[in-house]
Design a protein around this ligand. Structure first.
Ligand code: FES
Length: 92
């Protein structure tokens, strides 16, 4: 059963360090917003989710399925699909 109050755990991998974040669906407008709140990245997400700057690109590795994909984080919702994923942020 889908529950918006479920805890969603995501690992943020940046410059060799891993930061584990716990959140809930709907707390952030997008993965880009979550990353921006947790990491001090100057040139990340500079169009604020407009989909035109390309600075919010990340690699998402899903621990459950083994799938990896490169994607704009401003286009990713925080929901059960991203739970238990490792999100690698490249230096921008
Ligand atoms: S924030 Fe600019 S493309 Fe995602």
């Amino acid at each position: 059963m889908h529950n918006r109050n479920n805890i969603i755990v995501i690992s943020l991998d940046y410059e060799g360090n891993t930061y584990q974040v716990q959140t809930r669906e709907g707390k952030y407008e997008s993965l880009m917003c979550l990353i921006s709140e947790h990491l001090p990245l100057r040139s990340f997400g500079i169009c604020y989710g407009g989909g035109c700057c390309g600075t919010c690109g990340v690699m998402i590795s899903n621990n459950d399925t083994g799938l990896k994909k490169f994607i704009l984080s401003c286009e990713v919702q925080i929901d059960d699909e991203i739970a238990n994923s490792v999100v690698t942020i490249y230096r921008v």
